[in-house]
Design a protein around this ligand. Sequence first.
Ligand SMILES: Cc1cc2nc3c(=O)[nH]c(=O)nc-3n(C[C@H](O)[C@H](O)[C@H](O)COP(=O)(O)O)c2cc1C
Length: 348
Amino acid sequence: MKIGSLDIGTKLLVAPMADISDSAFRKISKKHGAGLTFTQMVSAEGVIKNNFDTLRLFSFSRDEKPIGVQLLGKDPVIIGEAVSELTKNKPDLIDLNCGCPMEKVTSKGMGASLSDKPQLLAEIVKSMVNASAGIPISVKLRLGNDHSNINILNSVKIVEDNGASLVIVHARTSVDSYKTDSQWQWLKKVKKEVSIPLVGNGSCFYPEDAKNLMDHTNCDSVMVARGALGNPFYFSRFNSIMEQGFDPGMPHIDTVIDTIIEHVDLLAKEFGEISSFEKAKKHTVWYLKNYPGISVLLDTIFKVKTVAELKELIMQHGSDIKLNKLEQENIFEINSKFKNKVLFWLSA
Ligand SMILES: Cc1cc2nc3c(=O)[nH]c(=O)nc-3n(C[C@H](O)[C@H](O)[C@H](O)COP(=O)(O)O)c2cc1C
């Protein structure tokens, strides 16, 4: 798929995810074959004010490229200024968040609420394109506000007509929780509406899901969010399906354990040992959720006190898995909890 001058071939995009799409996550995703990574959403206002926390969220190193930065905002002038500021960092894509359904975002007129304001959406996209110095602009949208107000076919036309190079559609409405299935049939209709590349998103948990989505909808690529949590192998498996025609399946547990350790080390390097600790535990649980002994891991992981202890636990747990010392739990149950709430171990 080509986005302006960027060609990611048949590779996938890893989604912007608040509190997850940090440099460590992006580097691991890229290493295992993601074609394009994203920062999490950053406030356009924060960008132009040089807000310290915002600067940190959209900073990236050159070896992370290709990368997209996602902006959240509602004022065409401020968003335009933010885009102009961002061009100095040379991201490969700048995206507008038109999909975040959280009350604290939509009540301020940002995120998903923008898709109900076609005139404003047009002005924002135009302002972004004008300020982008040739960096491609994309927009990430949902189908509409609710099932009786699906306006995606109109929204994508606005996005295309105002100069965006790519549109990403999460095939749910704003009121849908993760319990509602994604409605891929809308992606097929959207594809007929626009000539810029279309990236489909929603409920692709396995590499073959991404392939199915593309086959059924003609989307040019797929963006993966929850399926990539604790599973960067998603991308290499998908690439193998596309390039060699088969899915090699999950790698050996040793590779999984090595990848978790690498991820934990990258987090510690990025945030420091103390601040990275909670994130590292969260990712570890995701990586190991489908392996035997997840309940044992959940009992023990919250008792460890340092990154060194965490790494020791991960290695011990990996060797217990290899030695068949742990019981396999109900994967179906764990996965349905995870789909509904990514921090599944905290859900009732
Ligand atoms: C923890 C979490 C954080 C997210 N943060 C963002 C975000 O910052 N920006 C955004 O556009 N979407 C965000 N999303 C939505 C995802 O990008 C994606 O659209 C959605 O999860 C559907 O994809 P999936 O079915 O592959 O998970 C987030 C999703 C999750 C699970």
